[in-house]
Design a binder for this molecule. Structure first.
Ligand code: UD1
Ligand code: CA
Length: 559
């Protein structure tokens, strides 16, 4: 690439491992791909919602205790439920927000805990969920729950698949995309500190509708988790709810789950029913409130999905603004958690940054711009444009109304202007494609100007071919450069030329029919038309004596 890519700092200083790689979600989600690797997805497949979760870097950096041994032996994610309320052919946990799937967010939050084993319980739409897992968390073990008999049954199935696991296990619903690593670490720390065998994460919320309630005794000790459908009126008034996140001793959980029944409104084995019997036998248990109740919010339908997306976005933008990014209109600016935006850049209204997009210092993006897997260099500007898999160099300028497709690389100071589409092209330093052009499969040198309405004719109907344009070239407006073809350094092409052969350095290539003027054609062939009248008047003026024209502009114009 034409410029060195800066080590763009993640917004809250993403933690790095010993070799300097971002540690966020490592082990589960994987490490960020080199920029070049990002291109490959476009070569092999078309973008889709499922793909965005492949992007690894997060602006929501999550702190973790590096050197201590993992506090949890295993992470179990429950993701087999059908998600009926989404009314979707896509399994619920694969619905995307903020650059990851629901499941991807949960895995990213749990990843830094460093558990040696990660189990994901799959069932509904399991082929899709397994394929997704292979992509975002290849180290995770997918365990099939054939029938969705409840969250407790799902946990039983998961633990049966890893009989060797002992000690603390973290069990979490797969539909809580706002969970943070910090909250999980706090929960685990509290579990350990209390010597608990079963600890549930809770939150006090304004509207507990649909959620399990936390029943505590007079001294505040947790007694039971009661699902809303099974709750008394008095219990329904409780506003402390179950987050669907638990830390438990593996052996204890196996034992107690073996004994839970299905005598509830849904006829399911509830994981939540593990608490009461443990309390009854006097085992140490705990319930820990999350600092931010948003953390625990699940996602059961599309309305909640939109609400979670908004909350997630607000968090990302708050982080960005705190770190020195100007976000002109947070309501219309959307940034995936996987993007990196540096201080002193500006995001104008209507900006969407997705995937592995990076925006460097001093850059201005928007208004009304979408960037997917695109790197914007320092001081660059991108206005009202749509860019996919592009690299926009320092001080480069894009838009308004440009469409940059994968493999577009603009060097320092390059310009792609209005109504220009580019694909798989390198544009050299200070070169310009200012107006109304298509540039595909090409290398353009430095200081070159591509005239308005030029088309790089790269496709012969079967195969794509490459065009090479040298340094300080002037391509005339409305040129067709029929690939494969090379235009040498310092060459010109005449406007309207169809260039099918190489142009040597410094030559002027003219490839168009010479002009022929057929005199008097309009008067003969279009007599009496306004054009003919105008032509006759012009001819009369031309024939009039030299001084006559000035007089004609006076009172008497009738000659
Ligand atoms: C669950 C809790 C509820 C809590 C809420 C938090 C139970 C019984 N209730 O309710 O107390 O307040 O989460 O959001 O757990 N799943 C399976 N297999 C199954 C059933 C469910 O894997 O057979 C998975 C689902 O994919 C989901 C999770 O378990 O990720 C929870 O199931 P869901 O139906 O969403 O439970 P909620 O009604 O939300
Ligand atoms: Ca749920």
């Amino acid at each position: 690439m034409p410029y060195a890519r800066c080590g763009v700092p993640a917004v809250r200083g993403a933690p790095v491992d010993g070799r300097g790689r971002p540690r966020v979600g490592d082990g589960v989600i994987g490490s960020p791909p080199a920029f070049g690797a990002v291109q490959s997805r476009f070569e092999s497949e078309s973008p889709s919602a499922a793909l965005v979760v492949r992007q690894r870097r997060s602006v929501i950096a999550q702190e973790t205790s590096v050197d201590a041994p993992p506090a949890v032996a295993a992470v179990v994610v429950l993701a087999a439920g059908q998600g009926t309320r989404m009314r979707s052919s896509t399994p619920k946990v694969l619905h995307a927000l903020g650059g990851r799937s629901l499941l991807g967010h949960v895995l990213a939050a749990a990843g830094p805990l460093g558990a040696a084993t990660t189990v994901v319980v799959v069932g509904s739409g399991r082929d899709q969920v397994e394929a997704h897992l292979a992509d975002v968390a290849p180290g995770a073990l997918a365990v099939v729950q054939e029938q969705q008999l409840g969250s407790g049954h799902a946990a039983v199935v998961a633990l049966a698949a890893v009989p060797e696991v002992e000690g603390a296990v973290l069990v979490l619903n797969g539909d809580s995309p706002l969970l943070t690593t910090r909250t999980l670490e706090t929960l685990v720390a509290a579990h350990v500190a209390a010597g608990s065998v079963f600890t549930v994460l809770t939150a006090s919320v304004d509207d507990p509708t649909g959620l399990g309630r936390i029943v505590r005794d007079d001294r505040g000790a947790p007694q039971a988790i009661v699902e809303e459908r099974d709750a008394t009126d008095e219990q329904r008034a409780i506003r402390e709810v179950n987050a669907g996140v638990y830390v438990a001793d593996a052996a204890t959980l196996r034992r107690v789950l073996a004994g839970i029944g299905t005598s509830n409104a849904q006829g399911e084995q509830y994981l939540t029913d593990a608490l009461a019997p443990l309390v009854a036998e006097g085992a140490p248990t705990a319930a820990v409130r999350a600092d931010d109740p948003d953390d625990v919010l699940g996602c059961n339908d599309r309305k909640e999905l939109a609400a979670r997306r908004r909350t997630l976005n607000d968090r990302v933008l708050d982080d960005l603004m705190r770190s020195g990014v100007t976000v002109v209109d947070p309501q219309t600016t959307w940034v995936d958690v996987t993007c990196t935006v540096s201080a002193d850049s500006v995001l104008e209204p209507g900006t969407q940054l997705r995937g592995s997009t990076t925006v460097d210092t001093g850059a201005v993006v928007g208004p009304d711009t979408t960037l997917l897997d695109t790197a914007v260099g320092p001081g660059a500007s991108v206005v009202r444009s749509h860019c996919l898999g592009a690299e926009i160099g320092p001080e480069a300028s894009v838009g308004p109304f440009s469409y940059l497709r994968p493999g577009t690389r603009l060097a320092r100071g390059a310009k792609v202007g209005a109504y220009v589409e580019t694909k798989n092209v390198q544009v050299g330093e200070d070169s310009k494609v200012p107006h109304l052009s298509y540039v595909g499969d090409a290398t353009i040198g430095r200081g070159t100007n591509i005239g308005a309405a030029t088309v790089f004719v790269n496709y012969d109907g079967v195969a794509k071919h490459h065009t090479t344009v040298g340094d300080h070239v002037r391509i005339g407006s409305d040129s067709m450069l029929v690939a494969p073809v090379t235009v040498g350094d310092g060459a010109y092409t005449a406007a309207g030329s169809v260039i099918t052969s190489d142009v040597p350095p410094g030559a002027m290539a003219v490839a168009r029919a010479p002009q022929r003027n057929v005199g008097g054609w309009v008067r003969r062939r279009r007599p009496g038309s306004p054009a003919a009248d105008a032509a006759e008047a012009a001819e009369r003026r031309a024939e009039a004596p030299a001084g006559g024209r000035a007089e004609a502009s006076g009172a008497d114009s009738d000659q």
